[in-house]
Design a protein around this ligand. Structure first.
Ligand code: 5GP
Ligand code: MG
Length: 183
């Protein structure tokens, strides 16, 4: 797996330090919600980020799930976002923190935020670990952004290429030979 990495963009200690800062900011902002928070990771990519983030927020919270597909198989650009599953329980009247791994075209957030609003969420805040340096990404409102990164395809820390590399502990780019084999 290590042989397929082109370069490390964000090392693991930097990810964890930044998540600590984000968790402190979120905890301060939501501490008034007496009923606590509902955290909704967008699977599969946000799984690892959410697991680390939520353990640093010392408040009562429920967890519900949404699964969105936008980069099926070996796609390197979004193929349009599709909601493939949701397990949202009763979000009526709940303050929701929606968590995604990366904000790119914005299609995923444009798809899922209205779903939560239609189910009667009291508020929806958006938290992403990464945001790409693209107009489409900056045009979508995000309440918490971990890192702004160049407009490159990244893997690791939950992000995949063809459903592989999610377990890399850092954010990396992939060697061109892996995604465009010459043979
Ligand atoms: P958007 O809908 O904003 O275009 O992209 C959001 C989703 O696309 C993310 O949740 C993620 O699943 C996927 N995505 C966007 N950029 C990348 C990338 O550079 N690498 C990987 N592995 N997935 C990405
Ligand atoms: Mg995703």
């Amino acid at each position: 797996m290590q042989d397929d990495i082109e370069k490390v963009l964000i090392a693991a200690p930097d990810i964890h330090r930044r998540i600590g800062e984000m968790a402190e900011e979120i905890s301060r902002d939501v501490s008034d919600f007496s009923e606590g928070l509902t955290i909704v990771p967008i699977l599969t990519g946000a799984m690892i980020f959410t697991a680390d983030l939520m353990r640093k927020i010392p408040l009562k919270m429920k967890i519900n799930l949404m699964t969105v597909s936008s980069y099926p198989g070996s796609a390197l650009r979004t193929q349009g976002s599709t909601l493939v599953a949701k397990q949202l329980g009763d979000v009526q009247g709940r303050h929701v923190l929606l968590v995604d791994d990366i904000l790119d075209s914005g299609g995923t957030l444009k798809l899922v935020v209205p779903v939560l609003q239609e189910l009667g969420a009291a508020s929806v805040k958006i938290c992403v670990l990464l945001r790409k340096d693209r107009d489409t990404a900056r045009e979508v409102h995000a309440d918490y952004v971990g890192f702004d990164i160049p407009d490159e395809f990244v893997i690791g820390y939950g992000l995949d290429y063809d459903n592989v590399y999610r377990n890399l502990p850092e954010i990396c780019t992939l060697k061109a030979s892996v995604h465009s084999p010459s043979d």
